[in-house]
Design a protein around this ligand. Structure first.
Ligand SMILES: *[C@@H]1O[C@H](CO)[C@@H](O)[C@H](O)[C@H]1NC(C)=O
Ligand SMILES: *[C@@H]1O[C@H](CO)[C@@H](O)[C@H](O)[C@H]1NC(C)=O
Ligand SMILES: *[C@@H]1O[C@H](CO)[C@@H](O)[C@H](O)[C@H]1NC(C)=O
Ligand SMILES: *[C@@H]1O[C@H](CO)[C@@H](O)[C@H](O)[C@H]1NC(C)=O
Ligand SMILES: *[C@@H]1O[C@H](CO)[C@@H](O)[C@H](O)[C@H]1NC(C)=O
Length: 554
């Protein structure tokens, strides 16, 4: 039995048990853009994921610190998937108790990762409190519980959470087409050539290593089209050696129109991470009940052969997710990090965000996984002069701020302290944010004014941190390639090393503020960029040759 179990179970089982909530702080409200169409038919299938409590999570965290800290003797001594699994696997007791619980509800086919489908639907009786309804949004249909679930006291301590009941996919996220007032003919959009110029990538800076690979993950019923990628490279890839095809798609590549986001991710990771084999992780699902992000995590913790760099543009408001869920996802991030895998998340496109806490009372609103201490979070910038390759300033949408759930990790404590001191006089009111939390982003790249080919049409003015994230991801992949050529381990979890550079090898972004609450107190302004690290653009944007040199040392 593996650490995450996924399967479906019969709906109509009767039992009355004493039970407790695993995710007491999970937001179970169904967002208004989903329409309830009715109760679920008991013959339908639904898939649940049971996250069994793992052992030695604190040892895993210690290990991650050691293998990611360039000053540790264990730096780069990554573990294999099997080694990670044997460190954290759930205890015999946990496995036995959960199995027994399921058996006693008539579920004998308890199966392991990746997932299994059953003919019947979920037992609302297995998870007292849950009530399943079908919801639709656009052409998308999903089954979720509108009420919190509980589990029997006997299994409570053996489970982190049950997936598949809550957490709806966020709306086609962030990516925006910003209105532009540029005069016709003067517009210069961001293309691979512009990025390669700005970040000092030469024609020789392309991948040349066998078995180095990178991945983008997409979960929003978004698909890239191979023809768009080919067309994009044909139009924009003339000045550098590149690949025009994705190596592997993991999941179900749906038909239909290409998504802007999906096109963007693939086109740009393959432009900076040029000539590097690229994978696309897409909706695993034939099955609508899955939480796509969770399913991706399940895949990560089950596949032994994986790309070294993953970029993901996905996020939820931190306050909408249960702590138990986020803690477990963090553990899964740690498991990737100790294996030498780098996870890069977009910081989001709502600046500091805004949460209405009641009459005239607002606070900023961090987003997760951007706020996870175990991933590298990427913010966004624009050119100072949008018509030229100049220095970069804050893109006002760039997500950033402080977690309200996760404490500040050691690796960033002095950088953040420095920032808070420098800008002390101009900080937003302290009631808006929590300086004891993990601060993000960690670095940034251009996020404004991209050209993307989607559905065979070149589209200008595409903006979002989902653009900057694959751009940085591709560059880290190039560096991984150079490290592999030298016989060095991959970069893995980058932050401890990144913060030790103290901004060396990055272009510091010092101008501009990002957006936040439109209220009297802050008037739409969140944090502002400043010399050195800041919670808008992190340490700044990559100067590739310098970053390569800095990260190529053992
Ligand atoms: C991955 O999942 C498969 C299918 O459930 C299982 O047989 C295999 O042992 C798992 N591998 C790892 C490394 O967890
Ligand atoms: C990199 O780019 C910057 C700005 O575009 C430039 O000033 C610098 O000389 C370039 N070269 C190196 C090796 O940093
Ligand atoms: C592209 O990558 C392959 C290995 O995957 C390598 O053989 C080839 O030389 C690379 N091209 C360039 C221009 O480095
Ligand atoms: C490494 O190379 C092998 C053999 O070519 C291939 O099967 C595997 O998928 C590659 N792994 C990655 C992560 O690219
Ligand atoms: C501030 O963040 C810490 C974690 O760093 C958390 O324990 C605390 O509850 C947060 N405070 C608020 C008001 O959210």
């Amino acid at each position: 039995m593996k650490t995450l179990l996924a399967f479906s179970i019969p709906l109509l089982l009767i039992s009355l048990v004493w039970s407790g909530y695993l995710e007491y702080d999970q937001d179970v409200l169904i967002p208004q853009d989903w329409t309830r169409v009715g109760r679920v038919d008991p013959t339908e299938e639904l898939e649940l994921t049971f996250a069994l409590k793992q052992q030695n999570v604190h040892l895993l965290e210690e290990k991650l610190k050691l293998v990611s800290d360039p000053d540790s003797a264990q730096y780069g001594k990554h573990l294999t998937l099997e080694e990670v699994a044997s460190l954290v696997h759930p205890s015999e007791l946990t496995q036995k108790v959960v199995r027994h619980w399921l058996h006693s509800h008539g579920i004998t086919n308890c199966l392991t990762i990746p997932y299994l489908f059953w003919r019947h639907l979920v037992a609302e009786t297995l998870l007292p409190g849950s009530r399943f309804h079908r919801y639709v949004r656009d052409s998308h249909s999903i089954v979720r519980s509108s009420a919190p679930y509980s589990v029997h006291d006997d299994v409570h301590q053996h489970l982190d959470f049950v997936g598949g009941l809550h957490r709806l996919p966020p709306k086609g996220q962030d990516l925006s087409k910003k209105p532009q007032q540029h005069k016709a003919g003067l517009h210069l959009g961001v293309t691979p050539a512009v990025l390669r110029t700005r970040y000092n990538l030469t024609a020789a800076d392309v991948g040349s290593t066998q078995n180095n690979s990178q991945a983008v993950a997409q979960f929003l019923e978004q698909y890239y089209h191979p023809a768009d990628l080919a067309e994009f490279m044909n139009m924009f890839g003339r000045t550098f050696q590149h690949l025009s095809q994705v190596e592997r798609v993991v999941g179900t590549q749906g038909a239909g129109k290409a998504g802007l986001e999906a096109s963007l991710d693939v086109e740009y990771i393959m432009s900076t991470g040029a000539n590097i084999s690229t994978w696309v992780f897409t909706n695993p699902g034939r099955h609508e009940s899955q939480e796509p992000f969770l399913q991706w995590m399940v895949l990560l913790s089950n596949m032994s052969d994986l790309p070294w760099v993953h970029t993901i543009s996905y996020g939820d408001d931190e306050d909408s997710l249960s702590t138990a869920y986020m803690m477990r996802i963090n553990t899964e991030f740690m498991k990737a990090g100790v294996r030498g895998i780098s996870l890069l998340f977009a910081s989001g496109d709502s600046g500091a965000g805004c949460k209405h806490m009641g009459k005239q009372q607002n606070s900023f609103r961090p987003s997760f996984p951007a706020s996870s201490p175990y991933v590298t979070t990427v913010g966004g910038t624009s050119f100072k002069n949008p018509f030229k390759v100049t220095y970069e300033v804050t893109d006002y949408i760039s997500g950033g701020g402080f977690s309200n759930v996760f404490g500040m990790p050691d690796y960033q404590a002095s950088a953040v302290k420095g920032y808070l001191k420098t800008v002390e006089a101009t900080l937003p009111p302290p009631s808006y944010f929590n300086t004891s939390g993990r601060a993000y982003p960690d670095m940034a790249a251009l996020s404004d004014n991209y050209w993307v080919v989607s559905n065979r049409v070149p589209i200008p003015w595409v903006s979002g941190t989902s653009a900057s994230t694959p751009v940085v991801g591709g560059m880290l992949s190039l560096i991984n390639g150079q490290r592999l050529l030298k016989g060095l381990p991959t970069l893995g979890f980058l932050n401890p090393r990144l913060y030790k550079l103290k901004g060396q090898a990055l272009f510091d972004v010092t101008e501009g503020c990002h957006l936040s609450c439109l209220d009297e107190q802050v008037q739409g302004k969140g944090f502002c960029a400043a010399p050195s690290w800041d919670p808008v653009t992190g340490w700044g944007t990559p100067n590739y040759p310098a970053l390569l040199a800095a990260l190529l040392a053992e």
